[in-house]
Design a protein around this ligand. Structure first.
Ligand code: HGY
Ligand code: MN
Ligand code: MN
Length: 428
């Protein structure tokens, strides 16, 4: 693998949407996303991949395989970012996939299986969209009303898809069948500090956490900030503040769920001299056990009834987009560990606290995820950083894993029967 070329591609991509404090804002469907996609598409072409954009805006680079009718080996991740995020989250996995293809081409290596490198659209859920939109469409599990939904800015998702070359009318046609995919690999920065603390360069992901988004709407009574006595107020923001703390307590104190975060807060009418009449909160719960996600939503509803009663407000708690926790494929985990050993790289099995397209692709294919260390465990922030030698090591392991999987006989396609995949709940 050409580690310096991979690093220079990462540097160029981070410049698209670069922010003043060293971060990257390349939100899905934004002009920066369009420019980033065009850059990656050019790299795919240079690497000998045939480029296409599917109806969900997924950017695919295909390389044919030698064996007729063989299912594909997929390498995927995303190039969209959160607001003022880091340069490595997602981008690293896509660019390393392109580098795998370029290396195979440069060395004249033909694979038995077709190789498809995918940059999935809207992994992060830009402007309140569902997130992992492209991978849901790819796996055939996109909710039917996904294209008709609106983002927080009032833009229709179907129109956003068109902006990146998608086609809202053709979304059903993006779905791959289990028999079309031999294996899915995703290489990603850890976004936590487990590997760094252990001093281990390669992580083999065992499970990926699930998450549920919960929209909390607090309706109080707007009024004059100067004339309304304190005891006669139904201040929606004061009640919402209690809901923020309640959500936190469900994880931090009650331990119903592993993580709870309130990441958005919209206050109406949003004037200094008006008592807030309505507040919308975006709450997110995460856990490796789907039942705990349900329990957290139930508990938040209970607490909402109490807060509503005590504050004179009406509080609605509505569960929205959800991704289920999944386990990575045991055979691919072993294969990744063997690939690391081939390079003399120590590796460590660990869970992923972050969500990944892989967990959606698990609906149709065995998934294998490789992690590399994140400095200080920081991600979704400008300080996100992974050392060049770790970037290079992860990419080497990815290439080795693809070669190893390519050399294996096809296992009978038993996705439907695999107990790992039966634990996945329905998307909503
Ligand atoms: O939020 C996540 O876990 C992922 O980075 N989208
Ligand atoms: Mn992310
Ligand atoms: Mn990511």
């Amino acid at each position: 693998m050409d580690a310096s070329r991979l690093s220079s591609h990462l540097d160029r991509l981070r410049s698209i949407g670069a922010t003043a404090d060293g971060g990257v804002s390349r939100l899905a469907f934004s002009p920066e996303d369009v420019e980033g996609r065009s850059y990656v598409s050019g790299l795919m072409t240079e690497a000998g991949l045939a480029v296409e954009v599917d109806a969900a805006g997924n950017l695919l680079g295909r390389r044919p395989g030698r064996r007729r009718g063989a299912p594909a080996l997929l390498i995927g991740s995303h190039i969209d970012t959160v607001v003022n995020g880091g340069a490595y989250d997602g981008a690293y996995g896509v660019l390393a996939g392109v580098e795998v293809a370029a290396t195979l081409a440069a060395q004249g290596i033909e694979l038995d299986h077709p190789l498809v490198v995918v940059a999935f659209s809207d992994e992060e859920g830009a402007y309140g969209t569902m997130g992992m939109l492209g991978s849901h469409a790819f796996a055939g599990v996109l909710p039917e009303d996904a294209a008709a939904a609106f983002d927080e800015r009032g833009r229709r998702v179907g129109d956003l898809l068109r902006a990146v070359g998608g086609d809202p009318a053709g979304l059903a046609g993006c779905a791959w069948r289990p028999e079309d995919v031999a294996a899915y690999f995703e290489l990603h920065i850890e976004q936590g500090d487990v590997l760094e603390r252990l001093g281990v360069p390669v992580g083999v992901v065992e499970t990926i956490t699930g998450r549920v988004n919960v929209a909390v709407t607090v309706d109080g009574v707007a009024g004059h900030a100067g004339t309304t006595p304190m005891e006669h107020r139904a201040d929606a923001l004061v009640a919402a503040g209690r809901m923020v703390l309640a959500a936190r307590a469900i994880a931090a104190e009650e331990r119903v769920v592993l993580r709870a975060t309130t990441g958005t807060c919209e206050v109406s009418p949003g004037m200094w001299n008006v008592i807030p009449g309505r507040v919308r909160l975006g709450v997110e719960f995460r856990d490796a056990d789907a039942a705990n996600l349900d329990a957290a939503v139930t508990r938040l509803r209970e607490l909402a009834r109490t807060v509503g009663r005590e504050s004179g407000t009406a509080i609605e708690v509505r569960a929205g987009a959800r991704t289920s926790p999944v386990a990575c494929d045991p055979d691919l985990r072993l294969l990744i560990a063997e690939s690391a050993a081939e390079y003399g790289l120590p590796c460590h099995g660990l869970p992923s606290g972050a969500g990944h397209d892989a967990q959606v692709i698990a609906r149709i294919a065995p998934i294998g995820m490789i992690f590399v260390p994140s400095r200080g465990g920081v991600s979704h922030a400008p300080a996100e950083y992974t050392a060049p030698e770790h970037l290079a090591a992860g990419a080497d392991v990815l290439l080795a894993a693809v070669l190893r999987r390519d050399a294996q006989q096809e296992a009978p396609n038993n996705q439907e029967k695999n107990p790992i995949y039966l634990t996945i709940g329905s998307q909503s």
